[in-house]
Structures are given as C-alpha cells and as structure tokens.
Design a protein around this ligand. Structure first.
Ligand code: ZN
Ligand code: ZN
Length: 319
C-alpha cells in the first residue's frame, strides 16, 4: 500500500471547512482575492491617474462624460438594487429576466461575483462591528492610530485577503437558482464586458484609436474607481461618522450628503434597522434612487412583493 498523496490546497481548505462551517480560510482563495484586489481595486486607481494625466493631451469631452455617467448608473443600480436589495435581502421579487439583468450589471462593477458578494454582506449583517465582520472600522482600537487603521481596513485593505464566507451556509438560496449560477460563473467576463463597451463606443464615436483608450479609461477605470470608493465609504465612514435614526446594536450611520451618489445606500443606519426593506430612505425626503428604480419596476409590473416597514414599525423602533 502506498502513502496517500499530499492533498491539494483546495481539498485541505475544504476539509477545514467541514470542521468550521461558516468561513473558509484557504490559500487558493486568498491568492484569488489578492489578484482580484490588484486588478479590480488597484488598477482602476492607476487608470484614473493615467486618465487625469492624459487630460493634458486628450481632455475628456461629452463622450467620456456620458460613458462615465452611463456605466456608473448601470453598475451602481446593479449593485444596490440587484446585489444588495434583491439577492442579499430579498426585499422584493422580480421577473427572471430583470433579475438576470441586475445580476449582470452588478457584476460589471467589479466588486465580486454576485454569490460571493451576497455571502460576504450577509456575514456583515450577522456580525456587524464584531469579530468576524469582514469590514468593520471599529475593531482596531479607539486611539487615533487605531481609528485610522480601522478606516483603511474597512474602506479598502480588507479586500486584499479575508476569510471567505461559506456560500453553502450564507447563500444556499442562490445556489438553487441555475440562471444566477450561470451569471455568477461568468463574472470575469461581465467585468471585461463593462470595460469593452465604453472602449468600443469611444472608438466608434471618436472614429480613431485614441477614442478606444479614452472610452476604456473614463467609462471603465475611472468609473470603477469612483463607484468602488462610494460603495467602500458605506463600509468605512458610515460605520464611523454621521447621525443615527435608530439605536441599532452596531455603529451604522446615515449620510444625506452621499445619498444621490450612493443610490440611497448611505441611509445605512436605516438599512441596518430594517435590512429587508426595499426602501433605505424610509421617507420621501431622504433621497433613495435605488428605491425609485424598484418603485418604477413595480409600477411596470416587473417587480412585486416590495417590502417596506409600516409607520408603526418605524415609530416603535425609533422609540
Ligand atoms: Zn453595515
Ligand atoms: Zn445589507
């Protein structure tokens, strides 16, 4: 009889998973996380610097502005309405093709594949600002250095390498959705599509190859950099600074300043108080573009079972 061969790292990780069911700490996954961090979080920042530097030669015009705005809207709504409010919290139901479209447009943001994102975010809600929260700014000490380290960790650095929530525990509902699994498996292709579309449109509208580079930079890299930082600000600043409407157990905050730019995500304390609410603003005067889109989809008959708390529930929780 021969000795059993050394198990590959992925199998070792799976063995550890069976002992510790909620997260997977595996070198193979960490390697993927570091690559993802470099390509989709660091390179867009470098691309943004390049786009600004190139402005001396090729200043961005209406084409670049439209590509930046258009792709930012598509991917931003994809993340907040699709990834977050639909797939993570099931705050409404939608037609299958609407679900697929939201999953694809969210994937194009480059913030992770839909099932991984959902698992990470559900773990954030489960352990908010406690050990195990993937991106809390409040676990690095209360002195100024600790606060700064916490903000940097929550904003960006946690993505370099982190415990991977077991999707069987955290997103088993999504694993039963075959079309969503297909969208999930093609994640890298959707990110590339989100870069190819502005590059090709820029080339076509400008009529020369420089247009391809400008479209790629402004509609791709700059758009990813801007949207990424807005999303990460929710994790960092909105678990640190700002008013609270509800005395929730974690340190979530609200921000009116970021409401439009974050598609309503900045009503983060409201969201922690009512995670399954499709509306994060909870009232008409708190701007919430994500909820406006869900409202529109419902009016068109493309979304239903839209969950929002009653005035009584809100009043009771505020008390
Ligand atoms: Zn939070
Ligand atoms: Zn959430």
């Amino acid at each position: 009889m021969s000795e059993p061969a050394e198990q590959p790292e992925s199998v070792k990780g799976w063995t550890r998973l069976t002992r510790r069911r909620d997260v997977l700490d595996d070198p193979y996954i960490h390697r993927y996380q570091r690559r993802h961090f470099f390509f989709f979080d660091i390179l867009p920042a470098i691309g943004t610097v390049a786009a600004v530097a190139l402005s001396w030669v090729w200043p961005p015009g209406p084409i670049e502005g439209s590509l930046l705005l258009g792709l930012w809207l598509v991917t931003g709504f994809g993340v907040t309405v699709g990834y977050h409010r639909l797939f993570t919290h099931r705050s409404f139901s939608a037609a299958p093709w609407v679900q697929a479209l939201l999953a694809v447009s969210g994937s194009m943001a480059g913030q992770g594949s839909v099932i991984s994102w959902v698992a990470l975010h559900r773990r954030h809600h489960e352990l908010s600002d406690q050990p195990g929260d993937p991106h809390s700014p409040n676990l690095h000490g209360q002195d100024p250095v600790g606060r700064l380290r916490g903000l940097l960790h929550a904003h960006l650095l946690w993505m370099r390498q982190h415990e991977y929530p077991n999707v069987v525990c955290y997103a088993s509902d999504l694993l039963r959705d075959r079309s969503l699994l297909q969208v999930n498996g093609l994640y890298l292709w959707w990110v590339l599509l989100g870069l190819a579309i502005p590059a090709l449109v820029g080339w076509w509208l400008h009529g020369h190859v420089a247009g391809l580079l400008l479209g790629f930079l402004w509609g791709g890299a700059v758009r990813m950099f801007v949207l990424g930082n807005i999303i990460w600000s929710i994790n960092s600043f909105l678990h640190s600074f700002g008013p609270r409407l509800f005395a929730t157990r974690e340190h979530s905050r609200n921000s009116g300043w970021l409401a439009l730019a974050s598609f309503g995500e900045s009503w983060h304390n409201n969201h922690h108080a009512f995670p399954t609410s499709a509306s994060f603003g909870l009232d008409w005067y708190r701007l919430d573009p994500g909820y406006w889109l869900i409202w529109l989809l419902a009016r068109l008959g493309l979304a239903w079972d839209v969950k929002v708390p009653s005035e009584e529930q809100i009043r009771l929780k505020r008390a």
